[in-house]
Design a binder for this molecule. Structure first.
Ligand SMILES: NC(=O)c1ccc[n+]([C@@H]2O[C@H](COP(=O)([O-])OP(=O)(O)OC[C@H]3O[C@@H](n4cnc5c(N)ncnc54)[C@H](O)[C@@H]3O)[C@@H](O)[C@H]2O)c1
Length: 424
């Protein structure tokens, strides 16, 4: 099968590689010339994506994967086109479709009759039908007659995309029954995993927003409960261990909010659509307030923060993944600076310029005797830190550290919704 994957970023490239590894002929299309050149040399531009490096080199060597900036030409040879171009929110919280629409324009200029176009990028409900399919019709071909369009959300987790490719059912929904059937058959063949066919693209679009909104709201609940736990001086870790010990409770872990370009973004897609969304808005608000809450808690236990030296460790939105989209580290920085703190940032996954781009002064090393250290992303690289040299108060922004190890060194530990170690 000849497949074009448009947008070979964090998601598109591993997906293209996985399809090529099953013997299909795949062309990855991107506007990023450097990335295209790297892929054609068999080099992996996403080193923190587990298992991608070896597989990519193998499929490029075998001639099953190549990359190009000439999207129209690649699409002209393909029977199926997958779109994995990112959609983010603009300042007003609306989906910014600029890149995806540009990709549609390039595809429309090369697409042949009979092509199946599948949008993998998460979208506000109705966008595939009312905006993207219409854009693809610009050269006179008619969707549903000359070409088909389906939506199929990516449900993968960065860092383990290759492992996850067939772990969960691939959800698909077509704009027509024929598009749905073809998209389901396509994924059965190119991925080899379970496919779940929904009756429409809109159902598939909403299913992806439902997953994201569920997680955002669940974390908001955990964050609210953590604040109640603080009021009553109980440990939210004990509370959740007990509450989640029956099968109907799956409360997530509280922290300083939600980052990345998925979970904090998708509730906003719901909020801009038709239909009720007050709960999504409320969850967003609770999670967005967490950096300010965390800084207030730190001030409560350590006294006035003005003039104190605080280090934020791990600035990416998740541990061990070099992505900073919507990272809460920036929100923590804003709140700390508002409290008059001298803030430095450290992240072994980012360059000094990358750290500065987030607004932080880069720390030379974490072990420099700060007043407070906030572990925002608990990278594997921090496992061997000598916390005694970092700070006397370690704040666990993700409730991910080993509390007893820190306290065993005579240091104070503060988690979100967790009582601070008493001062000695
Ligand atoms: N990253 C995740 O964890 C994740 C998880 C699930 C779903 N998704 C979905 O996948 C989408 C893509 O995410 P990502 O992390 O791969 O984004 P990304 O930014 O890493 O990749 C997008 C790629 O598209 C390319 N691009 C931009 N405009 C283009 C154009 N006109 N033509 C061709 N290529 C173009 C960019 O150069 C980039 O390489 C997201 O919007 C989201 O809906 C992502």
């Amino acid at each position: 099968m000849n497949v074009a994957v448009v947008g070979i970023g964090r998601i598109g490239l591993p997906v293209a590689t996985g399809i090529a590894a099953r013997g299909h002929s795949v062309v990855g299309c991107d506007i990023d010339e450097r990335r295209v050149a790297m892929v054609n040399r068999g080099e992996n531009p996403i080193p923190d994506e587990a298992g991608l490096g070896e597989l990519l080199a193998e499929v490029v060597r075998a001639g099953n994967l190549r990359a190009t900036t000439s999207t129209a030409a690649a699409v002209a040879e393909a029977s199926t086109v997958l779109f994995a171009v990112a959609v983010d929110v603009d300042r007003d919280g609306h989906a910014d479709l600029t890149s995806l629409l540009a990709a549609c324009d390039a595809v429309a200029s090369g697409m042949q009759a009979g092509t199946l176009c599948i949008f993998d990028t998460t979208l506000p409900v109705g966008t595939t039908r009312s905006v993207l399919a219409r854009r693809l019709e610009q050269r006179g071909m008619v969707e549903g007659r000359d070409f088909e369009v389906a939506f199929s959300p990516e449900r993968l987790l960065m860092g383990r995309v290759i492992e996850d490719l067939t772990k969960y059912p691939k959800v698909v929904g077509g704009l027509t029954p024929e598009a749905g059937r073809r998209a389901a058959a396509f994924f059965r063949e190119v991925l080899g995993g379970e496919v779940m066919e929904l009756p429409s693209a809109e159902a598939a679009e909403l299913s992806k927003l439902a997953e994201g909104a569920y997680r955002d709201l669940n974390i908001a609940l955990a964050n609210e409960l953590a604040q109640v736990a603080d009021v009553h001086h109980v440990d939210i870790a004990d509370v959740l261990r007990a509450a989640n010990s029956q099968p109907y409770s799956h409360i997530h872990v509280p922290g300083t909010g939600v980052g990345g370009h998925c979970i904090p973004v998708y509730p906003q897609f719901l909020m801009q659509g038709e239909g009720p969304s007050s709960l999504s808005a409320r969850g967003r608000h609770v999670n967005d307030e967490m950096p300010a809450y965390a800084v207030r808690r730190i001030a409560e236990v350590s006294g006035p923060l003005e003039g104190k030296r605080v280090l934020v460790l791990g600035l990416t939105f998740r541990p061990d993944v070099a992505v900073v989209a919507h990272t809460n580290a920036s929100d923590l920085l804003r709140e700390l600076e508002a409290a008059g703190v001298i803030v430095e940032g450290h992240d072994p996954l980012l360059s000094a310029a990358g750290i500065e781009a987030l607004g932080f002064s880069p720390a030379r090393s974490p072990e420099q005797g700060y007043d407070v250290a906030i572990v925002h992303a608990n990278h594997r690289a921090y496992r061997d830190l000598n916390w005694s040299n970092v700070a006397p108060l370690i704040v666990d922004a993700r409730n991910a550290l080993n509390r007893s190890e820190i306290e065993g060194r005579g240091l104070r530990y503060l988690g979100i919704g967790r009582p601070v170690t008493p001062a000695r």
